[in-house]
Design a protein around this ligand. Structure first.
Ligand code: NDP
Ligand code: GDR
Length: 371
């Protein structure tokens, strides 16, 4: 039985990858951080009681900032494959916490690679690094492919650039099987609530059910190549099954703006929108409503506004990937379109919003966290 170790198993990708590997028959180990509240919601459905004999899903406390802890876990597990998905993954937050972001995202990757080497596992253990389209930042070529020069635009992207190159360096220096997946944005109903797609699908669902009045966003002109996380974790595994290690761009090859994603999501929630104004004065006004889906919304309501608080010190305006190499060499093709993904995300958030609205109608306090 193959063993995999996943950092970031409690995150969006970690949870889908763990499911995928369990289905493939792997024994799956994951690193979770100690928190004052339970933080395993995304993997609770695959949790196995460690008292059960032959349990194939195991969590270890750890942190990418803690070398001795990583070394101990690697020594204990001796994994065939390591997927380094753990990161401070929020670009805007990386401007607030640049040093921590570098410690986790850049040096955390080095710690893992070095621990593998220190333990003499470099010929056994295959390594996947969660690299990112943010490396392209101020884009030098459209669309972006494996040979496009990098121009990172945030502390997050700069840290991930170190992680990218140290992965290449360990491959070239020590013959390690180490790969970078340069993944463009990918989303799902499990996406963190403060990334823009989920903020939008959750926002329109709450507005439809009368739990919120207005959604405040930053740069609505930003263009992204959005895929589905489920499609993308399949590729993470495929990359480690090749004869030789290599780096691959993973993207859909299509892009839409944040504004278009708002429109798509609102439509899914039964709300038609018209955008007017520009810059910080841009608003979206309701022009038609499906009362079954959005009983609390009226024509003429302004439900989206711009809040400059969400602008970034340096922005990545446009990203569009060219996944030709992954298609040709790995046979990877994305199966889920951005429209299908948006529909799934809104449906999931509407279900939660309906439950909350029902609780509220019965006098219970319902707190809607926002950021
Ligand atoms: P998430 O933010 O959903 O998950 C991040 C994971 O990393 C969580 O499990 C988190 O733990 C864990 N983590 C954070 N800090 C530490 C730390 N100090 N030590 C150990 N673990 C830590 O990200 P995604 O699942 O969306 O992304 C997975 C990886 O892929 C990340 O590295 C991200 O940067 C990268 N990436 C993501 C893309 C996307 O569009 N989703 C695109 C390209 C790259 P906790 O749950 O406790 O917070
Ligand atoms: P990104 O994702 O920065 O691309 O990083 P995010 O969803 O945060 O932003 C996408 C674009 O939307 C604009 N935007 C807003 N973003 C947020 N979060 N909140 C807002 O209110 C808002 N309004 C507009 C942003 O300015 C940006 O242009 C994600 C992360 O998953 C990274 O870890 C990963 O590496 C990259 O995708 C690829």
């Amino acid at each position: 039985m193959k063993k995999a170790l996943i950092t970031g198993i409690t995150g969006q990708d970690g949870s889908y990858l763990a499911e995928f590997l369990l289905e493939k028959g792997y024994e799956v180990h994951g690193i979770k951080r100690r928190a004052s509240l339970f933080n395993t919601q995304r993997v609770d459905h695959i949790y196995e009681d460690p008292h059960v004999e032959n349990a194939r899903f195991k969590l270890h406390y750890g942190d990418l900032t803690d070398t001795s802890n990583l070394t101990r876990i690697l020594r204990e597990v001796e994994p065939d494959e390591v997927y380094n998905l753990g990161a401070q993954s929020h670009v805007a937050v990386s401007f607030e916490a640049p040093e921590y972001t570098a410690d986790v995202d850049a040096i955390g990757t080095l710690r893992l690679l070095e621990a593998i080497r220190f333990l003499g596992l470099e010929k056994k253990t295959r390594f996947y690094q969660a690299s990112t389209s943010e490396l392209y930042g101020l884009v030098q070529e459209i669309p972006q492919k494996e040979t496009t020069p990098f121009y990172p635009r945030s502390p997050y992207a700069v840290a991930k650039m170190y992680a990218y190159w140290i992965t290449v360096n360990y491959r070239e220096s020590y013959g390690m099987y180490a790969c970078n997946g340069i993944l463009f944005n990918h989303e799902s109903p499990r996406r963190g609530e403060t990334f823009v797609t989920r903020k939008i699908t959750r926002g329109v669902a709450n507005i439809a059910q009368g739990l919120e009045d207005c959604l405040y966003l930053g740069n609505m002109d930003a263009l992204r190549d959005w895929g589905h996380a489920k499609d993308y974790v399949r590729m993470q595994w495929m990359m480690l099954q090749q004869e030789k290690p290599d780096d691959f761009v993973i993207a859909t090859g299509t892009q839409i703006s944040v504004r278009e994603f708002v429109k798509l999501s609102a439509t899914e929630a039964g709300i038609s929108l018209e955008f007017s104004g520009s810059g910080v004065d841009e608003i979206a006004t309701v022009t038609a409503v499906n009362a079954d889906l959005a009983p609390e919304v009226s024509v003429g309501d302004v439900i989206v506004r711009v809040d400059p608080r969400y602008f970034r010190p340096a922005e990545v305006e446009t990203l569009l990937g060219d996944p030709t190499k992954a298609k040709e060499k790995l046979g990877w093709v994305p199966e889920i379109t951005v429209e299908e993904m948006c529909s799934e995300m809104v449906a999931s958030d509407l279900e939660v919003a309906r439950r909350h609205a029902l609780l509220k109608a019965h006098g219970h306090h319902v707190a809607v966290s926002k950021e």
